[in-house]
Design a protein around this ligand. Structure first.
Ligand code: HEC
Ligand code: HEC
Ligand code: HEC
Ligand code: HEC
Length: 314
């Protein structure tokens, strides 16, 4: 009798343990399912976030964006020599181009929802239907993007470009022009690199207006003083190469103005490289441009912004 009672009690304990075990198993399964769903949700959100940043989504889904895609395809971020392509999202959505922290990720989602809603709304209400309407709205849209980048320290650009990484003698010029950029409180890449994401037909083909007559006149004096003894009073060369005509254009046509400046400011004069002041070297460049048929204009040539300009091939 006592044995039976003991057995019954033992069975009851076993059952209780089993029940508890069952509940534990259920909990474990639920937790696993939860984690799995969580992973799926994150993956899907991420896939959606990524998909809505791809060029095909941004550039074709919304009618109005096809025009933006056209100017983008002419830019160095679409075709370039290193084979790395920046997508719409890389430049327009923070943290698309680099890895966010969890907090960043949340703010990205919020940012995206906001931006996406506005874009979709614009498309739904068909505020931009024709190319003319697009051209009319474009300055305003561009200003919105520029303001965003300016107030966020060009965050998307810096997702890929680390200016501190310009190092070594090959990049001496780039280090020089970016020195103050890195140290400034606010980083505004577009100040000097406007139109880096979208290039208009015929942009940068301007054949003049890069320097003033006054600069060229100063340049002529500085040239006579420091360069003419080797390159000739008429720039036709003597012991040193000619700085006018075909050979000169062959060397510098299609190049950035900075390439020429690099020669004038850091390599010349042959016997005392780097001894010409910034101002004189800029003025000498103005003189060289003038002697090579590039017309003068109203705005002076300047040692940062204008150096990114590409000289048209002759
Ligand atoms: C290399 C970075 C970069 C990439 C890639 C890029 N953009 Fe832009 N985008 C900019 C910048 C910078 C501006 C501000 C105006 C300017 O400087 O051209 C801009 C402006 C715009 C504007 C405002 C109108 C205009 O033309 O200025 C729209 C719309 C736009 N981008 C959409 C897109 C779409 C769609 C894509 C992909 C097909 C794309 N962008 C790819 C950097 C980029
Ligand atoms: C996805 C990464 C990525 C992002 C984001 C990006 N870039 Fe670039 N950028 C590149 C690559 C790759 C090149 C091509 C480099 C080459 O050809 O040597 C390039 C080229 C450039 C050049 C040289 C252009 C030329 O004419 O050759 C400039 C200037 C530049 N980027 C500035 C910017 C600015 C400003 C932004 C932000 C609006 C930006 N980039 C955003 C990757 C990026
Ligand atoms: C004060 C003007 C100025 C500012 C601001 C500036 N840059 Fe530049 N940048 C230049 C000049 C000038 C060059 C030289 C062009 C060349 O290499 O021939 C240059 C060159 C570059 C190049 C190399 C271009 C090439 O030919 O491959 C990249 C990339 C670049 N800048 C990125 C940036 C980014 C990103 C920012 C913002 C974080 C920025 N720059 C801000 C003036 C500026
Ligand atoms: C002591 C003589 C001498 C003086 C002074 C001199 N140069 Fe030169 N320069 C040369 C020589 C030699 C070369 C060719 C170097 C080479 O090919 O590596 C050259 C090359 C150049 C080039 C490259 C031309 C090309 O076709 O590749 C430029 C640009 C230039 N000089 C500009 C100047 C300017 C501007 C000054 C005045 C600030 C100046 N030079 C002063 C001797 C001189």
């Amino acid at each position: 009798m006592a044995n039976q009672r003991q057995n019954a009690a033992a069975t009851e304990r076993d059952r209780a343990r089993n029940r508890r075990g069952g509940r534990g198993l259920l909990l474990a399964v639920a937790a696993a399912a939860f984690v799995f769903l969580g992973v799926v949700a994150v993956a899907l959100t991420n896939a959606f976030v990524n998909y809505t940043s791809t060029d095909s989504f941004c550039g074709t889904t919304c009618h109005s964006m096809t025009w933006a895609a056209k100017t983008y395809r002419r830019s160095p971020h679409f075709d370039n020599r290193v084979g790395v392509r920046a997508t719409c999202g890389d430049c327009h959505i923070p943290y698309d181009a680099n890895h966010p922290t969890p907090m960043h990720y949340i703010s990205l989602l919020l940012f995206k929802a906001d931006r996406g809603a506005k874009d979709v709304w614009g498309e739904l209400t068909k505020r931009i239907r024709t190319e003319e309407e697009w051209e009319k709205r474009r300055p305003q849209l561009a200003a919105t993007v520029e303001t965003f980048l300016k107030t966020h320290d060009s965050i998307t650009c810096r997702g890929c470009h680390t200016l501190e990484a310009f190092a070594g003698p090959r990049n001496a010029m780039r280090q020089l022009v970016h020195r103050d950029v890195i140290q400034a409180d606010t980083v505004d890449c577009l100040r000097c690199h406007a139109g880096v994401g979208h290039v208009d037909d015929g942009a940068d083909q301007a054949r003049g207006g890069w320097y003033t007559l006054r600069q060229a006149a100063n340049g002529a004096l500085a040239y006579a003083r420091t360069c003419s003894m080797c390159h000739g009073a008429e720039l036709h060369g003597a012991g040193a190469p000619a700085l006018v005509g075909q050979p000169f254009w062959q060397a510098y046509g299609g190049q950035r103005v900075s390439t020429l400046w690099s020669a004038v400011h850091t390599q010349m004069p042959m016997t005392a490289p780097g001894s010409v002041s910034v101002r004189d070297s800029i003025d000498i460049m103005a003189f060289l441009l003038q002697q090579n048929g590039v017309a003068a204009g109203e705005t002076p040539l300047d040692d940062s912004v204008d150096l990114t300009k590409v000289r048209p091939p002759h």
